[in-house]
Design a protein around this ligand. Structure first.
Ligand code: DAH
Length: 355
């Protein structure tokens, strides 16, 4: 057997043993290193008789390729085995145990707005919205409250410019104007939202919430107003019977105007709604003033109706036994955790509003 063949056989059998990476690398350098066995055969080529040279060189190249391929294959096998072993050993268990799920709470004011919207949508009111930054016209003038009208002072308005053209709306009533300007009668809407007055104590906050109601159609009278509010109060407080009284009052945008009180009593320091001989004012209302209708291009000889404005925060305080209005806006997480509502429990008239 020629030297080359011997060399090949010897190393093929060596490579077929079970070897580790450094043993294979050793073989690689024994063969192909600077003075390796294959490398030195290449150096020999020049010394070989010309007649033999071509054959020798071609044989040598074949053997070189064969051995090199086998070495690469073995190295590959070992590296793959190492990677697999590492993957097995360092396997990470990604199925971490579940952490308790911390859920936020719905603020009592948001809950109350949802409840109110649900009650009124049941009897055909749709929900409208208006901006917190209003113009003087929508907030006062169009609502039959001209310049120098005493009601303007009573509202403790936050004006936003020197000319007193822009302001933070002092009530949700301007949404009446916006709604009637953009559409044609009939109208049957409520408009909940934020309102602002420069006033702050245990029962007043500079930002508070109201819901406006407006129902304009042919032949709407004060009986409809009474029926609607009576239904609302009973549904809202989730009681069968409620004592209500309409007290004559004055608002520039309604004629006649009334304020509504509901009956309550205090038992063991707790307010009980519905019975008792005490009265609590909760809203203002009335028949929409013809001037307001004229201002929004509705003919008061054909259409008429009622409007009301309810203080949302006060209703929430009464229903949920919260006695300081300011706590609503303290952003105290513990308070919210105690008085807040489950976000997945959307109030509806069928499933119950607050339970
Ligand atoms: N806007 C009034 C206020 O904030 C409340 C009100 C009274 C609204 C009578 C009305 C209404 O729509 O008819 O004091």
């Amino acid at each position: 057997m020629s030297d080359l063949k011997k060399l090949k056989e010897e190393f093929l059998s060596k490579l077929n043993n079970k070897l580790n990476l450094s043993e294979i690398n050793q073989i690689k350098s024994d063969l192909f290193g600077k003075n390796g066995l294959v490398s030195s055969q290449f150096k020999k080529i020049g010394t070989i008789a010309e007649s033999e040279r071509k054959k020798f060189a071609s044989n040598l190249n074949i053997i070189k390729d064969e051995l090199q391929n086998l070495i690469n294959l073995k190295i590959n096998e070992i590296e793959n085995a190492e990677i697999n072993e590492k993957l097995q050993k360092e396997k990470v268990d990604i199925t971490l145990p579940e952490r308790p799920f911390l859920r936020g709470k719905i603020h009592p004011v948001s809950q109350t707005i949802d409840e109110i919207s649900s009650i009124f949508s049941e009897i055909g009111f749709s929900v409208e919205e208006g901006p917190d930054v209003e113009n003087e016209y929508n907030n006062f003038t169009a609502l039959n409250t001209p310049d120098n009208h005493p009601a303007r002072d009573m509202h403790d308005t936050f004006y936003l410019d020197e000319k007193k053209e822009k302001l933070l709306r002092t009530h949700t009533s301007p949404v009446q104007i916006r709604t009637m300007l953009k559409d044609k009668p009939p109208f049957k809407i409520i408009a909940p939202g934020r309102t602002y007055r420069s006033d702050s104590d245990q029962t007043h906050s500079p930002m508070f919430h109201q819901v406006e109601g407006l129902h304009i159609d042919k032949n709407i009278n004060m009986g409809h107003l009474k029926g609607c509010l009576n239904y609302f109060i009973k549904e809202f407080f989730e009681v069968e019977k409620i004592r209500m009284r309409f007290r004559p009052s004055h608002f520039p945008f309604t004629e006649p105007s009334a304020e509504v009180d509901i009956g309550y009593e205090v038992q063991d320091g707790k307010i009980i709604i519905g019975e008792g001989d005490q009265w609590l004012e909760i809203l203002g209302c009335g028949m929409v003033h013809p001037n307001v209708l004229k201002n929004v291009k509705v003919d008061p000889t054909k259409f008429q109706g009622y409007a009301f404005g309810i203080g949302i925060d006060r209703l929430a305080m009464l229903k949920y036994g919260i006695n300081d209005l300011r706590s609503f806006f303290d952003c105290d997480y513990r308070w919210l955790n105690h008085f807040g509502f489950d976000p997945l429990d959307v109030p509806t008239n069928y499933r119950g509003l607050s339970r």
